[in-house]
Design a binder for this molecule. Structure first.
Ligand SMILES: [Zn+2]
Length: 194
C-alpha cells in the first residue's frame, strides 16, 4: 500500500516538473512515479523524525545487525534517491525531444537506457551492450511499487468508462480520470463536464 501523503506530494512534484506522464510508455511512467514517490517518502520520514532529539531512520529500526553496515546501506540508499530524482526530469526532457515515430529505434533505446538507470540500477549502461544489460537486469532486484502510476490521477492508461448523460443516448465513453474536462459525446454531440 502506498502512503497517501507521499503519493500526493510525489504527484504534485511530478506535475510541476514534468506535467503528466501520459505520453511515456507505461513501464517508464511507473518507474518515474516510483522515483518521486521514494523521494517524497524519504522527505516525510526525515521531517517527521527531525522533531525528535535523535534522527534514526525507520529502515534502521527494523533491522538488527552491524550498525556500520546499516549506516553504509542507508547512505547509499539516500544517495540513490537524490540522484534519481535529479536525473529523472533530464531523462524525460531528452526523451521528449526524440520523435518516437520518426526515430523509433533511438526512442526505444532511450527508454531502455532510462529504465536501466532508474529501475534496474545498472552501472554505466552506456558502456555495455544490449545483450549484457538484458542479462544484468535479470539479476537485479527491482525496488518499486508495481502499478503505482494508477494511484496517481494522471496515471498511464487510467481511463474510466462512463455513460453519456443524455438519457436518449447512454453511449459508453472512455474518459481520462482525475481531470476536469469538457466532453463531447461522439454519438449524440451532447456536451458535458466530468
Ligand atoms: Zn451521447
Amino acid at each position: 500500500m502506498a502512503d497517501k501523503e507521499a503519493l500526493e506530494m510525489a504527484e504534485g512534484y511530478i506535475k510541476s516538473q514534468l506535467g503528466t506522464l501520459n505520453d511515456l510508455p507505461r513501464e517508464l511512467a511507473n518507474t518515474i512515479a516510483n522515483v518521486y514517490y521514494k523521494f517524497a517518502l524519504d522527505f516525510l520520514e526525515m521531517s517527521d523524525n527531525s522533531k525528535r532529539e535523535y534522527f534514526v531512520p525507520k529502515s534502521m529500526n527494523r533491522k538488527t545487525g552491524d550498525l556500520g553496515e546499516l549506516l553504509k546501506d542507508f547512505m547509499a540508499n539516500q544517495a540513490k534517491i537524490s540522484s534519481d530524482v535529479e536525473a529523472a526530469p533530464k531523462f524525460v526532457k531528452g526523451l521528449r525531444e526524440t520523435d518516437k515515430y520518426k526515430q523509433p529505434k533511438l526512442y526505444k533505446y532511450s527508454v531502455e537506457f532510462i529504465l536501466d538507470c532508474l529501475k534496474y540500477n545498472i552501472e554505466k549502461p552506456q558502456n555495455k551492450s544490449g545483450a549484457r544489460r538484458t542479462i544484468e537486469r535479470k539479476f537485479k532486484t527491482v525496488n518499486e511499487i508495481p502499478n503505482l502510476i494508477d494511484s496517481m490521477t494522471f496515471g498511464g492508461d487510467s481511463k474510466i468508462i462512463i455513460d453519456c448523460p443524455n438519457p436518449n443516448c447512454s453511449q459508453k465513453l472512455r474518459v481520462p480520470c482525475g481531470e476536469r474536462l469538457r466532453v463531447t459525446c461522439p454519438k449524440c454531440k451532447h456536451v458535458f463536464e466530468v
